[in-house]
Structures are given as structure tokens and as C-alpha cells.
Design a protein around this ligand. Structure first.
Ligand code: SAH
Length: 350
């Protein structure tokens, strides 16, 4: 009787090279019969030149490349690309298993910011968010997160200076992979940790866990409401996480890391945009090293909300400023391509 092992029926997947450190790549080339200095060359080809496949790395002999041709670097392919009037470029990237994720390149005078996804889809189901409407598919691997930065860098032919985890998914639900990706972006691509923002809706205990990694990344918390009642309406997962407990965790993060907290607040007309809400928010944030980012709602299909008037936005800002809360208003980039915040993928019906 023959015994079929699991290995013999499951095709073994080879770990992609993207995400490996210089030491790991050096060990890898040595295992494959190359001298150690080749590790450094491969490292530069992957992280600086943006090689997409080992076949491209022509400092290695053709013969050797043939022997390692089954090892992937781990790059995605650009499935769709759209450019809006302000220069923002939105990408739909196709992963090895055919899943599609979004990434966005946002150029400004001195910066190139990439908005990255951390999951395919999202399980948080926030009522105003297009990604949330589509449900959750799977976590991204570290290499699939890092790839998004290299893809934008390659497409713009310009160094990426900033990364925000504000694409698809909830980064703290995929914390280990996010932390690995952040370390790689920092050490291998050369992006300062202080120029990386991890945005979360908040999962009990996870902000503490992030703080224990002692990174210098900025934490952005998607608060969206000044009290538990409104928050639980907009963010279903908040039902099991009191707003005060969330803010306590954020306060600890600020204390442990010395970083200022970013507070994200989507303004929805008639829901959370009254002057009284601004006042309540200011009280909640009293004594906190924080900065509030107000994001006027960007209308999506299947959600019954309206964008507040510029007058209401200004009133909200005025109340916060009177109470000495640092505040900015951010409009979603790339509205011209009707592709902000999850809509590109939704519109493409992939
Ligand atoms: N899950 C994480 C990361 C996703 S980014 C988090 O919730 O923080 C989520 C951000 O996208 C929100 O803070 C909000 O600023 C923005 N967003 C999502 N849908 C939006 C919409 N319809 N209009 C404006 N901003 C939206």
C-alpha cells in the first residue's frame, strides 16, 4: 500500500525573497552556491533597482539564474492604474493568487506618500467605508505589503518618503505582518519610521502590542465620533470596545513611544458634524498629545450619508481650535478618478 504524504499532494510554495534582510539574502545566495558578496548585489537589485524577477538580475550568470528560476521575488502586477488631476495615482495590484488590492501614490512638493493595504478586504465593516462593504478575504503577507511601496516607487521613478497604512484592511488585525513590513521599509528601503503612519479602528489590546515593538511609527486612530453611542453606530466592532478604553490604550501608546497621536474623524452631515460633537471631542482629547484630521465624507455606493457643507466643516474646526486642539481638514485625494477610499476596486467590480 502506498502512503500519500501531504507534501506530495500539496505543491510546495517557495518563500519569496522580498522581505529578506541583507544577512538573509547573503545566506540564501550562499546556499545556492554563490559567494557572499553576491548577497549585497541581490539586495540592491531587489530594494533599490526594484527587480521583479531573478531573471532580470543580470549580474548573475544566465546559467545560475536558470537554476533558481522557481524562486519568486514576490512582486505583484499592475492590473489597473488611474491618474487623477492632482497627480495621485491609484493602482489595483494583482497578487499571486489572483486577489486584487489597492495602493495609492500621492505626490506632493517634497514627498511621495504611498497608501498601502494590509489585507484583502476588511472585516471591520465601518458603515461609510467602501472596503468594509466587500467583506474580508485574507491577510497580506509582509512581501505583499512591501511590494506596494516598491511598485509605486518604480512607477513614479522617485523615492518613496512616506507610507500610510490607510488602504484596504485593518493593520492591527494583521499586526505581525505589518510590523515585519514596517521594519523592512525602514531598514531595506530606507524610509524613516517617523514617516510611517499605522491607522487603526482599534482592536482591544493591539495598540499595546504595537507599542511593545518600540517602533517610531505614528499611530492614527479612526475615532469618527465623540462618544460611544455614535461610534458604535459607525464602527460595528466598537460595540465591544468602549471609546474610553480605546483612548486609554492610545494614551499609553503616546507615553511609551513619545509620538503624538493622530485622530481620524470622517465628517458625516447630520451624524457627527455638529458643533456640540466638536466640543465633546475636544473634551475627550483634553490633555492628550494629539492632532485631529477631519475628513469630509467621500460619498460611496450603498451608504446613505452626505458630505457636510464647507461652512459646517469650518464651524467644527473653529470649535476645536477654540479649545486648543490641533486640527487639519483633509480631503480624500484622487476624487477626480472617483477612486478614493476603496472605490477603485468597488468600481472595477473585481
Ligand atoms: N482599518 C484602518 C485602516 C483603513 S483607513 C482604519 O480604519 O483606520 C480608514 C480611513 O479611510 C478612515 O480613517 C477614513 O479616514 C477613510 N475613509 C474610509 N471611507 C471613507 C469615506 N467614504 N470617506 C472619507 N474617508 C473615508
Amino acid at each position: 500500500m502506498s502512503v500519500t504524504t501531504v507534501d506530495s499532494i500539496t505543491p510546495t510554495t517557495i518563500t519569496p525573497l522580498l522581505g529578506m534582510s541583507l544577512a538573509e539574502l547573503t545566506a540564501w545566495v550562499q546556499e545556492h552556491g554563490q559567494p557572499a558578496y553576491r548577497g549585497k548585489q541581490l539586495y540592491q537589485w531587489i530594494y533599490q533597482q526594484g527587480a521583479r524577477s531573478l531573471a532580470d538580475v543580470d549580474v548573475f550568470s544566465k546559467q545560475w539564474r536558470e537554476t533558481v528560476k522557481d524562486t519568486p521575488i514576490g512582486r505583484s502586477t499592475i492590473h489597473h492604474r488611474s491618474v487623477s488631476g492632482d497627480g495621485t495615482v491609484k493602482y489595483l495590484l494583482k497578487l499571486k493568487d489572483g486577489q486584487i488590492i489597492e495602493a495609492v501614490g500621492i505626490p506632493s512638493a517634497k514627498r511621495l506618500t504611498v497608501c498601502v493595504s494590509s489585507q484583502v478586504g476588511c472585516a471591520m465593516a465601518c458603515t461609510f467605508c467602501a472596503t468594509g462593504k466587500g467583506g474580508f478575504m485574507r491577510h497580506l503577507q509582509p512581501y505583499e505589503i512591501i511590494d506596494q511601496v516598491l511598485t509605486v516607487q518604480g512607477d513614479f521613478q522617485e523615492r518613496v518618503t512616506n507610507v500610510v497604512f490607510m488602504g484596504m484592511g485593518e493593520p492591527l488585525a494583521n499586526l505581525d505582518h505589518v510590523v515585519t513590513a514596517v521594519k523592512c521599509m525602514n531598514q531595506d528601503i530606507g524610509i524613516s519610521q517617523r514617516s510611517i503612519v499605522v491607522s487603526t479602528v482599534g482592536i482591544p489590546g493591539k495598540i499595546h502590542e504595537l507599542a511593545q515593538h518600540e517602533l517610531q511609527v505614528t499611530l492614527a486612530v479612526s475615532l469618527h465620533a465623540p462618544n460611544q453611542r455614535i461610534r458604535a453606530e459607525l464602527v460595528p466592532t466598537a460595540e465591544n470596545y468602549e471609546i474610553d478604553d480605546l483612548l486609554d490604550e492610545c494614551r499609553d501608546y503616546v507615553q511609551i513611544t513619545g509620538r503624538r497621536l493622530s485622530v481620524e474623524y470622517v465628517l458625516l452631515a447630520g451624524v457627527n458634524d455638529a458643533r456640540s460633537h466638536a466640543s465633546e471631542l475636544a473634551s475627550k482629547l483634553r490633555g492628550f498629545q494629539s492632532h485631529v484630521n477631519l475628513i469630509p465624507y467621500n460619498p460611496i455606493e450603498d451608504a446613505d450619508y452626505d458630505r457636510p457643507t464647507p461652512r459646517d466643516v469650518q464651524d467644527f474646526v473653529d470649535v476645536l481650535e477654540q479649545k486648543h486642539i490641533a486640527v487639519s481638514v483633509r480631503y480624500s485625494k484622487g476624487l477626480g478618478a472617483s477612486a478614493a477610499c476603496g472605490q477603485l476596486r468597488a468600481n472595477q467590480r473585481v
